[in-house]
Design a protein around this ligand. Structure first.
Ligand SMILES: NC(=O)c1ccc[n+]([C@@H]2O[C@H](COP(=O)([O-])OP(=O)(O)OC[C@H]3O[C@@H](n4cnc5c(N)ncnc54)[C@H](O)[C@@H]3O)[C@@H](O)[C@H]2O)c1
Length: 396
C-alpha cells in the first residue's frame, strides 16, 4: 500500500473525558487512521477528569474502537513488533505527559501530546532537547487554536514583518470553568511536581502557546498576582506581567469564572514598531458560528470577529474569522491532521511543538512561583531558545 492510501496505526494513551468525548470520535471519523491500542491503567477511566460522566469502562472502549486495551505505555511499546505503530496520542493528566512522551519519542514514534506539554519546567526542557535530537519525528502539542486559519495568518503576518518588531502583547482569556477548577477534579490541585494548579495550567497553556507561536518571543521574567477558588485553592483569576529576552512585554489576564453563555472570551492584541494586530472575539462551541440571520435580526449590530491588522503606513487587512480551541467531535482539529500526516510520511504544519510547549510551561511555572513569592520570578529552562527550531512546515 502506498504512503498516501494506507491508514496510520495509532495508540491513544489516557482514555478519560477528553479522549472519549473528542479524540476517539475524531479518529473514528477519519479514513487515514486506525486506533489499534487504547491505554489506561484503570478499568473505569476519567474519574476526577473534565467530563467523567461520558466515560465508558475500558473493555467497552476497546470493543467500540476495535482496539486492544493496555494498562501502560510500556506494555504497548513492548508489543510494538505486532502493533506496528506509527504514532501515539497522549491525553493522560498533565503530570504523566513527560514520562509517556519520553517513551514514545525514544521508541521512534510520532507524538501528539495534550497541552500543557508537561507541568514541570525541567521535564519540558528535557522533552525539547529529546525532540531536537530526533528531528525526523513529529512532536506536536494539541494546542488546537494554533492550527486555526486565523492563527496561521497571524503567525505568517508577524513572520513577514508586517508589524515590525513586536514590542507588546496584551491577551485576555476568560472561561466559564468554575465547575472544573472549583470542583472535585485533579485539575484543581497540584499533582506530582506541579507548583500550583488551576486556570494557569488548564487554560492559559492555550493562550501562551498562541502568543509564543505567533510572536516567537522568549519569556525572561514573570510577575503575577492570582486569586484562588475558596473551595479548592486553584487559581481562578490571573494577572500576569512578562518581560521577554528582547525587552518586549506581555500582559495576560486569565479568568476562570465568567458567565456561562456557551463560549469563552478571547482577546489577543499585538503591538509592533510598524503596526498592530487584533485577534479577539468569542471562542468555544458557539464560537464564530453566529449566523448571518442572527446578525441581521440584531440589526447588524454584531459582526463576526476577524483577525485585523492596522499598519503605521495606513493600510488595513482583514484576515480569517477568529476561532480558538477546536471542540468539534466530528471534524478533527488541524493538530490531528498534522500528526496523522507525519505518521504517513507527508508534509505537515507545526502549529505548536516543544518550543511553544517549553516556553508556555516555563512561563506558567514562573507565574505560580511569583504568585507565591510576591516577587518577579526569572523564567527557567528557556536558555538559548532564540532562533532554535524549525517553526513552519516540516517535510520528513
Ligand atoms: N486540548 C484541549 O482543548 C483539551 C481539553 C481537555 C483536556 N485536555 C487535556 O487532556 C488531558 C486529559 O484531560 P482529561 O480531563 O480528559 O483527564 P481524565 O482524568 O478524564 O483522563 C485521563 C485518563 O488518563 C489516565 N491515566 C492516568 N495515568 C496514566 C498513565 N500513566 N498512562 C495512561 N493513562 C493514564 C487516567 O486513568 C484517566 O482515565 C489533560 O492533559 C488536559 O489538559 C486538553
Amino acid at each position: 500500500m502506498s504512503a498516501t492510501t494506507r491508514k496510520a496505526r495509532v495508540a491513544v494513551v489516557g482514555c478519560g473525558g477528553w479522549t472519549q468525548g473528542w479524540h476517539l470520535p475524531n479518529l473514528a471519523h477519519r479514513t487515514d487512521a486506525e486506533v489499534v491500542a487504547v491505554v489506561d491503567p484503570t478499568e473505569q477511566p476519567g474519574v476526577g477528569g473534565c467530563v467523567p460522566s461520558i466515560c465508558a469502562p475500558m473493555p467497552e472502549v476497546a470493543a467500540k474502537y476495535s482496539a486492544r486495551w493496555y494498562k501502560s505505555i510500556e506494555e504497548v511499546l513492548a508489543d510494538n513488533d505486532e502493533l506496528k505503530l506509527d504514532g501515539v496520542l497522549c491525553a493522560a493528566p498533565h503530570q504523566v505527559h513527560a514520562k509517556v512522551g519520553t517513551a514514545v519519542l525514544e521508541a521512534g514514534l510520532h507524538l501528539l501530546m495534550e497541552k500543557p506539554m508537561t507541568a514541570d519546567t525541567t521535564e519540558a526542557r528535557m522533552l525539547l532537547d529529546l525532540a531536537r535530537s530526533r528531528p525526523t519525528q513529529a512532536f506536536l502539542l494539541n494546542n488546537t487554536a494554533n492550527w486555526q486559519p486565523g492563527t496561521v495568518a497571524a503567525y505568517e503576518a508577524v513572520a513577514a514583518g508586517k508589524l515590525g518588531a513586536i514590542r507588546h502583547v496584551n491577551a485576555v482569556f476568560a472561561a466559564p470553568l468554575e465547575w472544573l477548577f472549583g470542583g472535585d477534579t485533579w485539575w484543581a490541585k497540584p499533582q506530582g511536581s506541579m507548583v500550583g494548579n488551576g486556570f494557569g495550567w488548564g487554560q492559559l497553556s492555550h493562550t501562551f502557546a498562541w502568543i509564543f507561536k505567533v510572536t516567537n518571543l522568549t519569556p525572561k521574567a514573570v510577575f503575577a498576582v492570582t486569586q484562588a477558588s475558596e473551595k479548592t485553592g486553584a487559581d481562578l483569576y490571573d494577572a500576569i506581567t512578562i518581560t521577554c529576552t528582547n525587552g518586549a512585554t506581555i500582559s495576560v489576564t486569565g479568568v476562570g469564572a465568567c458567565p456561562d453563555k456557551g463560549f469563552k472570551v478571547l482577546g489577543n492584541w499585538i503591538f509592533g514598531t510598524e503596526g498592530m494586530m487584533s485577534y479577539s472575539g468569542l471562542a468555544g462551541s458557539d464560537n464564530v458560528k453566529i449566523s448571518a440571520e442572527q446578525v441581521a435580526a440584531e440589526g447588524g449590530k454584531r459582526a463576526t470577529p476577524h483577525l485585523e491588522l492596522w499598519r503605521n503606513d495606513g493600510t488595513h487587512e482583514l484576515g480569517p474569522p477568529v476561532e480558538f480551541e477546536h471542540l468539534d467531535q466530528v471534524a478533527a482539529p488541524g493538530s490531528m491532521d498534522a500528526w496523522l500526516k507525519a505518521c504517513l510520511g507527508q508534509e505537515y504544519f507545526v502549529g505548536a511543538g516543544p518550543l511553544e510547549g517549553l516556553k508556555s510551561v516555563a512561563t506558567i511555572e514562573a507565574m505560580y512561583r511569583s504568585a507565591q513569592s510576591g516577587q518577579m520570578e526569572q523564567v527557567r529552562g528557556c536558555e538559548g531558545l532564540e532562533a532554535s527550531m524549525v517553526q513552519g512546515v516540516v517535510v520528513h
